[in-house]
Write a protein that binds this ligand. Sequence first.
Ligand code: FES
Length: 176
Amino acid sequence: MASVAPTYYTNQVQVTDEAASFSPSVLEEMDSHLAKYPSERKRSALIPLLFVIQRERGYVDNAGVNFLAKFLDLEVTDVWETVTFYSMFNLRKIGRHHIQICKTLSCRVMGEPEITEHVCNKLGIYVGETTADEKYTVSLVECLGSCGTAPMMQIGFDYHEDLTTEKVDRILDSLK
Ligand code: FES
């Protein structure tokens, strides 16, 4: 099976005016992030707050973005441009293990296509998809800053480097 679906996944979202709400403890946590920055520089808290949104809602959704825009006195587009720039923010529900394979130059020439195809074949999904049991999601991402140990992938917060198909098998088999 090829690793990229004929209809390639796109991060399309439906934009509405709905805004998320959060518990008092989460709001308190958000305020504590905001307090780290000067009041005229609220925007500086955007990335830590996006991590809170992602943790609380499972991914960064439209309602979470609308909430943050109001919370930080930003335009909704200001929030979306940050969310869609960084691959660490997910725009949809992902599996328990998010496998992010680097597709940039060093990894590409050192075997990324073979690694991607191997991962996808092993899991039975295309890039951008999640397995039916919601355990794995596979994404291709830009350089993760580990070019000297290409090809590499990130799963959760862990880097796996100098990949071979045998090493990929061992890593995937070790995931619970
Ligand atoms: S090119 Fe893959 S980590 Fe930089």
